[in-house]
Design a binder for this molecule. Structure first.
Ligand code: PLP
Length: 402
């Protein structure tokens, strides 16, 4: 007889989101009156553009939007997403291939629920976004991380992916621009992974949520454009959160071959039904509007990127490559481990311990590399005000040098 006190093996095997955990601890400290500088959260600090908010206000007042929408999303939004895919990724998709989800995160979850059988493997280039392995495990799949370090710009080599391939390999994840490293993989790397996946009948799951956040001469490469033949087994994951400063609105999507999209619609029909109608209306305004707002945010992020990389590299024991995309700096802090830091001369043996000390003693929140399959690193989101960024870096530097 099953023991009623025992929760499922599946949920017990899953780790909570480390990024959300750091963020909520920092927020709790703030609520108790402690002045914490938060580099933890992966969200733009800008308000959502006015015209997007206005579309939601108008939608609220229209009783048509007080109802369910089709599970897959409003037809106008699915059309707008198909048009946006053509504009940005450079190839045509049909609106029937689009499923609107509660944030990109739900699209990640549903993708693996419909793709994986127990024991199927997913190759995940590391450092990876913290939710990928957990979403794979929630589908009874097996995450297979393949690490690429800072010396190669965090870009995976196809030979390393090939070495990890087995007869159970079902999918590989691409995430460029990357969370947590801010790396942008070269077109050659993206193309070669696409060709390799095609050759071996592997699904490509391409998370393009940071596509418009790139700096210097770097640009986002789209695997579906570089390797058109892969589109039969390509799932694009995306959303409005990062491009339009809309993390709280919870609108994301997947674009996939019809059979996969229909399966995910079936799943979602039993899970959450449709995304809230009003945010879908706001998303139509966002996705079909211009990219002016993200270009303005990009300028601010670019300035902060330079500031933070300079500040981090000025700290003895810290080494931070210059990220080319997203809004994260991923710093190697191994030089601070195993030696006294902070006013009490505390010693951290891991980046997780270092992040905990940094938060408790210097009131600076950063996410430890362990959450991303990369111990020895800390991730700093630089989506915060310039003055806070400077103050946070001053605290980190003072704390580390004591
Ligand atoms: N993919 C990546 C790489 C992310 O960093 C995030 C959010 O942090 C998401 C997907 C999901 O974003 P959301 O669920 O807020 O749309």
């Amino acid at each position: 007889m099953a023991d009623w006190r025992t929760l499922s093996v599946r949920i017990n095997s899953v780790a909570p989101s480390a990024t959300l955990a750091v963020d909520s601890k920092a927020k709790a400290m703030k609520a108790s009156g402690i002045d914490v500088i938060g580099f933890g959260a992966g969200e733009p600090d800008f308000p959502t553009p006015d015209y997007v908010v206005q579309a939601a206000v108008d939608a609220c007042r229209d009783p048509r939007n007080h109802r369910y929408t089709p599970t897959a999303g409003l037809p106008e939004l699915r059309r707008a997403i198909a048009d946006k895919t053509l504009r940005d990724s450079g190839f045509a998709v049909d609106p029937s291939q689009v499923l609107v989800t509660n944030g990109g995160k739900q699209a990640v979850y549903e993708t693996f629920q419909v793709l994986l059988d127990p024991g199927d493997e997913v190759i995940i280039p590391a450092p990876y976004w913290t939710s990928y392995p957990e979403a794979v495990k929630l589908a009874d799949g097996v995450p297979v991380p393949v690490f690429a370090g800072a010396e190669r710009g965090f870009e995976p080599r196809v030979e390393a992916l090939e070495a990890a391939r087995t007869p159970r390999t079902k999918a590989v994840i691409l995430n460029s621009p990357s969370n947590p490293t801010g790396a942008i993989w070269s077109a050659d790397t993206v193309r070669s992974i696409g060709l390799w996946a095609l050759e071996h009948g592997i699904w490509v799951v391409s998370d393009e949520i940071y596509e418009h956040l790139h700096y210097d001469d770097a640009v986002t490469s789209y695997v579906g454009s570089l390797v058109p033949e892969v589109r039969d087994r390509l799932v694009i994951l995306n959303g409005v959160a990062k491009t339009y400063a809309m993390t709280g609105w919870r609108v994301g999507w997947m674009v996939a071959p019809d059979a996969l999209t229909s399966a995910a619609v079936k799943l979602q029909s039993h899970l959450t039904s449709n995304v809230s109608n009003v945010p879908q209306r706001a998303a139509i305004a966002a996705v079909s509007g211009s990219l002016e707002a993200v270009h303005a945010m990009r300028e601010a992020f670019d300035r902060r990127r330079r500031l933070i990389v300079h500040a981090l590299n000025g700290i003895d024991g810290v080494d931070c490559p210059t990220p080319k995309g997203a809004f994260y700096a991923f710093a190697d802090v191994s030089g601070l481990l195993g030696r006294p830091v902070g006013p009490d001369g505390s010693v951290a043996e891991s980046s997780a311990a270092l992040a905990a000390l940094l938060l408790d003693e210097a009131h600076v929140a950063a996410v430890p590399g362990e959450a991303f399959g990369a111990p020895g690193y800390l991730r700093f989101s630089y989506a915060l005000a310039d003055a806070d960024l400077v103050e946070g870096m001053r605290r980190f530097a003072d704390w580390a040098s004591r």
